[in-house]
Design a protein around this ligand. Sequence first.
Ligand SMILES: [Zn+2]
Length: 211
Amino acid sequence: MSSIAKTLYKIKRFGNSLFTYDCISCGKAVMGCCLCEKCLSENKPCANYHNGCASAFYYEGPAKDVVLRFKFGTDNALCFDTLCDWLLLAFEKLDERDFDAVVPVPAFGFDKTILSELAEKFSLMADIPFHPEYLRKIRRTPKQHSLSAFERRVNLIGAFEAEDSVFGKRILLIDDIFTTGTTAAECSNALYDKGAEKVSVLTVLKTRYND
Ligand SMILES: [Zn+2]
């Protein structure tokens, strides 16, 4: 079943690659990608990672434009493919790549978010089972980006709860942007509380805040 889904996704991606788009960052016409070659080359790779966290690029320049379009735009199909590629790029940076489940950072009140769709596509491409049900958000919280660094740290305490079935599992947590690490830490705590063996964190982009 998963190989059929993977094939269908590859066909859809091939279809997307035949169209011309405007580069999201500079507006120049480009085939099959949401950034032109010049803007792609301006993305700054995150070479560093620590504590089982990896990201593809820094949250700045054209890469930031793509993630903002993905989060807040309506025509984000092509960004979707690009971000899936960037998650795979980040995945290659992890020392250990043996996982039992891909789990997206959940949102309160939603089973399916655009982030969970991205995480599901990534899980197909990386051949890791997708288990969004392993982690849920149990209360509504103010948006992290609207808060100060201190407020971010306390905002999410106790906001996530993991299923008992994560016991002994190696989990790959997926988010779009790594900022202060608070979201990743709170989700990891919830998973470790229920006995997860290991939690690693993969994000598309990372701010320079923690460098
Ligand atoms: Zn461009």
